[in-house]
Design a protein around this ligand. Sequence first.
Ligand SMILES: Cc1ncc(COP(=O)(O)O)c(C=O)c1O
Length: 371
Amino acid sequence: MPAQVSSERILFTRGVPAVEALPNKLLSECFQAVLEGPEAKTVLQYGHNSGYLPLRQLLGEQYGVAPEQIVVGNGSLHLQDLLSALLIKAGDVVFVEQPSYDRAIKTFRRRGAKVIGIPLEQDGVNIAALEQALARQVPAFMYIVPDFQNPAGVTTSLEKRQALVDLAERYKFWLLEDIPYRTLRYSGNSLPMLRELNANRVLTVSSYSKLISPALRVGYLIGPVEIAKKLASLEEETILAPVLPTEAAVVEFHKRGYFEQNLNNLKQLYAPRLQALIAALKTHLPDVPFAEPEGGFFVSITLPKEAVKGNLLERARQTGLILTDGRDFFADPFSDDEEPDLGTRFVRLPFCALTPEQINEGVKRLAALVR
Ligand SMILES: Cc1ncc(COP(=O)(O)O)c(C=O)c1O
């Protein structure tokens, strides 16, 4: 192992793409083509608030839906926020997987919902717990990251996907499936999207943040036309007009065949990093179970109770290991039986922006703290 690794700071914090994977040259060509092409004046003018039509057409073909069912926004979190403003009423609850994406939990709360976490197992949410929670109150929607979940790395099994859409149909609530990592699959085969199992109960959100660049801020939502129209109006009232130059650059990126090329590069870079993390966990923390993902950005572990002494984050920081506070990924528990402060021993390990050497060193330092 290179000597400098053992003393450097290792950031297991944000799930960001590796800087070396950001396709600046390819994007530069695309922006230039857009700004010098026949659509240049159109994309520099105020546009229609559902987003750039050629991008909605391209996505429509990809997902087998009409462009009218798609709203493009400034990243998927922006669309989740607008959707929350539309769907959440006073007194509503929103269900999430427990743990779940921290910013989604914050967004739903800020829009007035009580956010309730349904325990996440290695193959998706605990369906019996979800049924118990539904018997008490039906949510405005349930937020699910079915593929390579942030933060746990879990992929929901086909059986649980079917159970989720069946329950959504029976109790009449929306499933909001968030799939930004779905195409970053390094091995194995994809399972159907929730929308493929029941499009009437599913809203799908995704983005180019992890597939091209997060700074482009291009995300999209797919749903029924009525919801898409309402969201587009809300978008207009909020940001007036879409950022057409970036949306057009994404279309150009596809047209030139760069999307597939870039996706392959990302997979080649990230797959060995995931393998390095799995190997490091098995070597340095052999007794700690975890869901082994076949793609995405994250693996997570829940440390044994007796292993976590004092303030884990602070003790890790003193060794140059920077961790995210696990409590941020936890919503309100669905039952009083859930261990309070489970998040204090939950550790998310984003691996894409670290080298295999850094990953191994980071896990080694973590293991030394909990021995
Ligand atoms: C599950 C999930 N949803 C949404 C987002 C936000 O994506 P965007 O950059 O498209 O707003 C992230 C970013 O990390 C994420 O992990």
